[in-house]
Ligand binder design. Structure first.
Ligand code: ADP
Ligand code: MG
Ligand code: MG
Length: 659
């Protein structure tokens, strides 16, 4: 969630007057960082995952599973333990975990204490570190509380009780019909963010996800649980005035999206060029991994007809005014903007010569003045446009204290950057640190077990190594990546849908050469290094038209390949692993993760979304009407708790893999 600066946040009426100031300062800060650090070379691979947890409180008497709002006490203890551990470290030790608050007052974010390095040995520690994090978090919970990794909490915003302690849904920040403000992290930043998005937009956010029509779901489905006659806030009438669509699950607050959990991975690249390259290549994996990790089929107590969270979050922070959404002529605003601040990326940014201009085929909305300023100050056009695109947005939370001028800061830049929640994030180094240029992969949904989360984290890390080793080229026109994002949301997309993908991931014949051991640095330790040489510059000898470069493939084909036609990403990763001669034991562990991803892609084991949907539909109390009752929710949370502890046998979800 970015840095949590402390201070006094300005309400929107005041904050909006400083928007240009923050943007100008932000651009100056970016320029200063860029010019100081653009030539930074030979940073090593460092990477880290972020796992988000919900704290569930079981009420055994009433058979209810609720979200516990005690996170602040828990986080306080975790951070104290972190500080104590730091003090007692021997010189050869590193701290194992790090904890941060998240948007929901029931959410925790845990990361490794320090990023992992570029050795295989560290890949093997991911799962045990995740397990350790979960145990540590649980240590500070009450006996009836558990940390659970689920993407969307089924009963959030339902009638009845879903929070511990319970509060009625009335709150100035969200003005929601369904949730109280106590559900939001009490830090002023999050409350202000919520209120300012609503005020900037000029209404509450309106998220409508299609209902899953089961055999007894009414048609049309008009949600009987939406309060129709409340008069607490002027916004209360929005639902009746058309914001709540028939046949949809209507949600009216930021927490429905930002209160979802996900799995993110950040990588440090060797230099800025490599970071820009990874940003582009991984962008195309965004929708593929979203579909493969789909885990969110239930919202506000109803089965929906989608399997993942992305569009819900996009809607939950959509601060665009009517003018910006193209519903009214531009008068007070400057741009018609086609996407929410939380959405897929709109442009590729690599300096690599495999990036053809045709791939950037979206009509990029960007601030022309900012772009010119950046280019006048030595930034190339692609990067200038990327930054000028991020900077079409207003800063949402401005701390009064941050308006004082200061040297060597990045706070104003980060203000805009970190509230552009896109599928990928290109992260410049913070000023005055040893950290290098990084990219963050942000589309994956969180899985129930540490095993699954480790498997996806390891898969993505190894994929970046294969991309860099073999100079893989995943480019397709970026509009096709957007199409893939839509497809990824469909129910059982992994099984039934096809995604645009590049046919020849080797740029040209020359790239078919597989790099051997001589290209791999060894870090001198007993474990293999995954650091890669960089700078593949290939020229295209036989240009073919862009339209012929890609086709629609199943996820099975993309991941597992198809007889000589397409190698499959797992094959490429395996080849990479063979090329670095790893020991049998490590190979075996990594092989297990890859095997899991392979089976998920083949449909041999279910996505979390499918498994949850089936669990609900086969529950004895389910009425075939799309309704997920308190009791079904309770049973679901109970079995999830067992699964994550390895105490339930669920071959449809985990095959024969042991957690
Ligand atoms: P954000 O808040 O932008 O998502 P965080 O600061 O929470 O990012 O860090 C995200 C992940 O990045 C964590 O897993 C952390 O371990 C990892 N990380 C920290 N420093 C580096 C680095 N220099 N290179 C790569 N990853 C890093
Ligand atoms: Mg974070
Ligand atoms: Mg993150």
């Amino acid at each position: 969630m970015g840095l949590l600066s402390l201070g006094t946040p300005l309400p929107w009426e005041e904050a909006k007057n400083y928007a240009d100031y923050v943007r100008n300062q932000g651009i100056n800060q970016f320029l200063s960082i860029y010019h100081k650090l653009k030539d930074k070379q030979k940073d090593c691979l460092l990477w880290g995952d972020e796992v988000e947890y919900m704290v569930i409180a079981f009420d055994e008497e009433n058979k209810n599973a609720k979200l516990s709002l005690r996170v602040f006490e828990i986080l306080d203890e975790l951070q104290k333990e972190e500080e104590a551990a730091l003090k007692n470290l021997n010189s050869d030790e590193v701290i194992k975990t790090s904890w941060k608050p998240e948007y929901g007052g029931y959410m925790l974010e845990g990361t490794p204490g320090v990023p992992y390095g570029g050795t295989l040995k560290e890949l093997l520690q991911v799962e045990s570190n995740m397990k350790f994090r979960r145990q540590l978090a649980a240590k500070y919970m009450k006996p009836n509380e558990v940390p659970i990794t689920i993407t969307s909490f089924p009963n959030l915003g339902c009638q009845g009780q879903f929070l511990e302690p319970h509060y009625e849904p009335k709150g100035e920040a969200s003005r929601s019909l369904f949730v109280p403000d106590q559900i939001i992290n009490p830090h002023a930043r999050f409350q202000t963010l919520t209120a300012n998005i609503r005020k900037r937009r000029g209404s509450k956010v309106a998220i409508n996800m299609p209902i899953f029509h089961d055999t007894k779901t009414p048609k049309p489905f008009i949600d009987p649980t939406i309060p129709r006659n409340r008069n607490l806030f002027p916004e209360d009438k929005e639902a009746d005035e058309g914001m709540a669509l028939p046949d949809h699950i209507y949600m009216d607050a930021m927490v429905f999206g930002m209160g979802c959990c996900c799995l993110q991975i950040t990588f440090q690249a060797t230099n800025i060029e490599e970071a820009r390259r990874l940003y582009d290549q991984l962008a195309n994996m965004g929708p593929i991994m979203l579909a493969l990790t789909a885990a969110a089929p239930i919202y506000r107590g109803y089965l929906s007809d989608v399997d993942c969270r992305w569009n819900v979050i996009a809607g939950s922070v959509d601060d665009r005014t009517k003018e910006e959404r193209g519903l009214e002529p531009l008068k007070n605003n400057r741009f018609i903007i086609n996407k929410s601040r939380y959405d897929s990326i709109d442009c590729y940014i690599s300096t690599d010569n495999t990036l053809k201009p045709e791939y950037n085929d979206l009509d990029l909305v960007y601030d022309k003045e900012i772009c010119k300023n950046l280019m006048d100050n030595g930034i190339d056009e692609l990067l200038a446009r990327h930054i000028a695109h991020l900077f079409i947005r207003d800063p949402l939370v401005i701390f009064e204290e941050s308006l004082e001028p200061k040297e060597d800061a990045s706070d104003h830049f980060e203000n805009i950057q970190s509230t552009n929640w896109q599928t990928m994030r290109f992260k410049p180094p913070p000023p005055n640190s040893t950290i290098g240029w990084r990219v963050e992969f942000r589309s994956m949904e969180i899985q129930i077990t540490d095993f699954e989360n480790a498997a996806f984290a390891v898969f993505i890390v190894l994929l970046t190594r294969a991309i860099l080793s073999y100079g893989l080229n995943f480019y397709i026109p970026i509009s096709k990546v957007d199409e893939n994002m839509k497809i990824a949301h469909k129910r059982d997309a992994v099984l039934n849908e096809k995604f645009w993908f590049r046919k020849n991931v080797f740029e040209n014949e020359k790239n078919n050469i597989i790099y051997g051991n001589e290209n791999l640095d060894n870090d001198g330790s007993d474990s293999k290094s995954m650091q890669q040489p960089n700078g593949h510059n290939y020229t295209d000898k036989n240009p073919i038209s862009v339209e012929d470069e890609y086709e629609q493939m199943s996820i099975d084909k993309i991941i597992n390949g198809s007889c000589n036609k397409f190698p499959g990403l797992i094959t490429l990763i395996n080849r990479y692993l063979e090329s670095i001669n790893i020991d049998i034991e490590s190979r075996c562990i990594l092989g297990k993760y890859l095997e899991f991803v392979k089976k998920r892609a083949k449909g041999e084991i279910q996505t979390t979304a499918k498994w949850i949907r089936e669990f609900v539909r086969s529950h004895p109390k389910y009425q075939e009407d799309s309704v997920v009752t308190q009791e079904i929710n309770y049973d679901l949370m109970k079995i999830i708790e067992k699964i994550q502890k390895g105490e339930a046998n669920v071959p449809e979800l985990l095959g024969n893999f042991k957690v």
